[in-house]
Ligand binder design. Sequence first.
Ligand code: 3IO
Length: 376
Amino acid sequence: MTTETATTDPDPGEPDGTVPARCQQREPAKTKEEDMRSRFARIMAAVLLFGMIPLLPASAPPASAEPVTLNYANFPPAPTFPCVQMERWKTEVEQQTGGKVKINTFPGGTLLGAKEMMDGVIAGQAEIGCLSMAYQPGRFVVTNATSLPLGIPNARVGSRVLLDLYEKYQPEAFSQVKVITMFTTAPTNIMSKVPVRSLDDLKGLDLRASGGAARILAAWGANPVGMPMPATVEALQKGVVKGLYSSLEVMKDFKFAETCRYATVTDTVIYPFAVVMNMAAWKALPADVQKVIDDLKVEQAEWTGNYMDGHVKEAVQWSKATYQVEFIELSDAQKSEWNALLNPIVEQYLQETSAKGLPAQAIVDDIRDLITRYSR
Ligand code: 3IO
């Protein structure tokens, strides 16, 4: 506080700027008691003045209330699907709450990076964050079961299955946050600089993949290299990896088609995502705003799934037209051969997850049932 300097000496001092000797003499002239009293008065004045400030907005009419600002962190670049769904959600929430809420979006890892998303939101570094569960596979054991090879056919079905699974099991991994929505990618395919026409071509090939998708590649004899999606751009350029294993819309959104002129169609597993909110920030929201956000949960999952499925088709056409990417189809005999290699993955999940005291078999059975239900 600056009250000390503001209220001190009415004497301008010496014109040459030197400190007058009488200044030092004058201080002791004031009694200790006087000094204490004026000090006390100044402190009280400050306390009263600052104490008033919080009262002002409360007495102002609600129409002039500032909107609640929420910072929403995302890890990949703005044109990619996690950020497209983020902007759609922002628009919906801002419109439906009639300006009560302002969402600031941070794509490209500018607020929180890929692997620090969950902990950053728990700590309140961002109010909201979008995360790919594959980057911390041991952390999201229940929901990562959706990236087992169980036959999720597309992103719309995957997104509904994932969200229902979360709602049913309420996994511990999300207990510290409010879940805003969940969704998945479309099924994964091999995108590579060299053609992959057989398991022989795949043997020992360095391909970027994370989580459940990495386990699939390993079962086929490839060499999965784990890293978040945004790091893949440089890894491909430098030749650290020869390709990647993910949903095909990245061929367009990350321009991977420029370096990866081959795609082998496997349509195997999805990558699961979650959008989470800091619990204290959630609890601080007015009930009507909470309702808008809650009512958007399923709709946003469905919207994102549909967007992803449509965008994959568009990206495939774009890759063919722009970079003459060859899409390699496996024969039926190859499909059976490749699929047979994946059976141990589900078995291994059941064993590992049961050992953790989780109802692994029920989780897998539920995923199968949900796939059937949402595929109709
Ligand atoms: C993905 C992640 C970030 C941006 C676009 C994306 N498309 C598919 C994914 C899934 C994925 O490979 C991952 O690492 O989460």
